[in-house]
Design a binder for this molecule. Structure first.
Ligand code: ADP
Ligand code: MG
Length: 683
């Protein structure tokens, strides 16, 4: 039987009770146990006390000298101390609440102590002690693994059990990487790497073992992504849309502005994709304000001209309404029908739209997730675009497939994604980048001010409004509490209404009825409201070019990417725009975040810093991220290894014999097991 299939209770020392406890750690099989790697090591090698820094953890060997003394504090607490000679020092060893050890301390006996060193008092606070004379040689000179434990599992039991499992099953651990790749990168065999990760003799060896396993994780993941990409490109189940280039060119000329070079380049890439017989699977990323919406509009236009329907999916109803309005304006001269489909339509209205969609009376539908529900049918869906969402997952695709649809898919991201995340979370996709802002944009000036300067900030609002501009005021964010967020917004709104009796101040939050939200946004975009107080519901996508001032209360509560997104609501027209972060950063990370915001407007740079500060898990927030969890690999620090693994995987799947030769059978089996042949390899 393969190690992967052996239940953990067959490992020596694991009974039915322990097997159950191990489930808490996610360990079911012998292989799970072997792959339960330590998160750090403790250094038990003997040290020369004169070299040890104060407060450091040490292991020393010495001789018990003098009689132990025990002091009791109350019934449970005690302090045991004893002199121990270590080299030329007489050291005081101290144990807390381990009075029972007193009897075991015999003058003249050798003792090995591990604990915290206090160089001033020549004292060691003992965490562990061993008596080599009685118990056999102590495990000095080694690094001991430290595992994360839970429930009734103890550190020492787990160490012993894993060591046992290594002895029994270690030699039969199968290799997962092709010999060619091992040789190319000088990687050790898998079994050896796993053993060393648990029992390294020194840091250098541990590092090499870690690299081997990290590479394996990254490579296998990239192999999935690349295989999926290759497979979907070889399929011809998409629709090859006949793009009417002259009509598209005429549409582009009718736009109220000339496209940037980047927009033109990206549109050409997208139109080329639409013409291919396989389904498009593409990511469009660009900085806030780079003009993604119009790119989407051109694609939708091409799709409709080719006789198909298009869908534009967005995360919020506010954004859906805004996109519907702007598409309607652009498409009206061409007789293209645009409809809105969101969760808050009346049943009757919804029914009407569903019927029209099915009959093909609607060409372009804009909506939230309500768009891709089981009961929504299209006559001929050619393209799905998602805007400002991070993922159009396998579930949504599956729903479409069940209806016999294989539309082209274009995802437009909310913010730039650092390359390391892009090639992991979106590794199966083609990527287009809008790396140029429309001409004439002035960089937004960003300031960070303490709460005590609120008066001056209000003066700033007054000045901008007097100049004909408008302002957003974003309220403090309360983690996990939409309700408190709303309360904050209500309070701030009351304050501002009081402060600016002559101005129209609007209040926007997620709990308002839809019609009211829509009315507010319309009023703001027509400058009937000068100030809009809002929760983060306007975080993504909202586009009112006359707004030039963004005030963010309690800015330290927001992540960098979110702040950049919010700031991106201004600076969308020709006016000089400003962002004021009201914050009193207390810790280094908050200070760093505020510094980054005031120093740069570059979304790609901000994304990179955000990833460094928060790590990959947090980067995408709570939304479905598609970022895999690795046991050993770290996407940020193992960036070079990741690039390497991706290159190797892409090269491998592009070999014609990869899909047939016996040599690659284990990897094909792996892909089979990961269900790459059924659908997307993620989520
Ligand atoms: P984002 O990429 O953040 O979604 P939008 O699509 O909302 O950006 O565009 C931001 C603003 O820039 C909008 O007001 C849009 O009309 C305008 N815009 C887009 N492309 C151009 C262009 N080529 N020239 C001038 N303005 C443009
Ligand atoms: Mg947008």
């Amino acid at each position: 039987m393969e190690v992967r299939q052996i239940p953990v209770r067959q490992v020596k020392g694991v009974g039915p009770k322990k097997a159950e406890d191990l489930l808490l750690l996610g360990i079911e099989t012998a292989e799970d146990l072997l792959e339960y790697y330590p998160f750090r090591y403790e250094d038990y090698s003997l040290k020369d006390l004169s070299q040890v820094k104060d407060g450091e953890r040490v292991t020393v060997e010495g001789t018990v000298y003098g009689m132990p003394a025990l002091q009791m504090y109350g019934r449970k607490k005690s302090r045991l101390s004893c002199k121990v000679v270590v080299d030329r020092f007489v050291v005081t060893a101290v144990w807390f609440n381990q009075g029972y050890l007193k009897e075991r301390l015999v003058p003249g006996e050798t003792i090995v102590l591990t604990g915290k060193w206090d160089g001033r008092r020549l004292q060691i606070t003992v965490a562990e002690c061993e008596f080599p004379g009685r118990e056999g040689a102590a495990r000095t000179d080694t690094l001991q693994p430290v595992y994360s434990i839970a429930g009734p599992i103890t550190q020492s039991w787990l160490r012993k059990t894993i060591a046992q499992a290594l002895e029994t099953y270690g030699p039969s651990l199968p290799e997962t990487l092709p010999p060619g790749l091992l040789a190319k990168h000088g990687l050790m065999p898998r079994g050896e790497a796993i053993r060393i990760l648990h029992q390294p003799t020194d840091a250098a060896e541990g590092k090499r073992a870690r690299k081997r396993i990290a590479y394996e994780e990254l490579f296998l993941f990239q192999l999935k992504m690349q295989a999926y990409r290759a497979l979907s490109r070889s399929k011809s189940d998409g629709v090859a849309l006949p793009v009417d280039h002259p009509a598209v060119r005429a549409f582009v000329r009718s736009l109220p502005f000339t496209l940037t070079g980047a927009q033109k380049k990206v549109i050409a890439e997208l139109l080329e994709d639409l013409k291919q017989p396989h389904a498009m699977n593409r990511l469009l990323q660009g900085d806030v304000g780079a003009g993604k919406t119009v790119v989407a509009a051109v694609c939708l236009f091409a799709v409709v001209k080719a006789g198909y329907q298009g869908a534009l999916m967005v995360p919020t109803e506010i954004l859906a309404e805004q996109h519907k309005r702007s598409l309607e304006k652009l498409f009206a001269p061409y007789g293209i029908q645009v409809a809105l489909l969101t969760g808050s339509l009346t049943d009757r209205k919804r029914r009407e739209i569903l019927d029209a969609l099915q009959m093909g009376l609607i060409d372009v539908v804009v909506g939230t997730h309500a768009l891709i529900q089981e009961d929504v049918f299209f006559r001929s869906l050619g393209l799905v675009i998602t805007d400002e969402q991070h993922r159009f997952g396998v579930n949504q695709r599956a729903i479409l497939r069940r209806k016999g649809l294989h539309p082209d898919v274009l995802m437009m991201t909310a913010t730039p994604i650092p390359r390391t995340l892009a090639i992991t979370a979106f590794g199966d996709m083609d990527v287009s980048t809008l790396d140029e802002l429309p001409k004439g944009r002035k960089p937004i000036k960003t300031y960070c001010v303490p709460h005590t300067m609120l008066e001056r900030v209000l003066g700033f609002i007054r000045r901008e409004v007097a100049a004909g501009r408008q302002a957003y005021v974003i309220c403090p964010l309360i983690e996990e509490s939409d309700k408190l967020d709303v309360q904050n917004a209500i309070d701030v709104h009351a304050q501002l209404t009081h402060h600016f009796p002559d101005l129209k101040v609007g209040l926007l939050h997620g709990r308002l009825p839809n019609a009211e939200k829509e009315e507010l946004m319309r009023a703001f975009s027509e400058n009937q409201l000068q100030v809009l107080v809002s929760t983060t519901v306007i975080e993504v996508g909202v586009d009112v070019p006359n707004a030039s001032l963004m005030i963010i209360y309690d800015a330290v509560r927001f992540g960098l990417s979110q702040l950049h997104q919010l700031r991106g609501r201004v600076g969308r027209g020709e006016h000089q725009s400003y962002c004021v972060l009201i914050a009193d950063p207390k810790n280094e990370i908050s200070k760093e975040r505020m510094r980054v915001m005031t120093e740069t407007n570059d979304g790609f740079e901000i994304a990179r810093r955000d990833l460094e500060l928060r790590g990959p898990g947090e980067f995408f927030g709570t939304r479905q991220s598609g970022v895999p969890e690795f046991k050993v690999a770290d996407m940020v620090s193992d960036f070079e290894l990741l690039e390497q693994a991706r290159e190797d995987a892409a090269e491998l799947v592009s070999r014609p014999d990869f899909w047939t030769a016996a040599e690659w059978l284990p990897l094909r089996d792996y892909l089979q097991k990961e269900q790459v042949f059924q659908g997307a390899p993620f989520d």
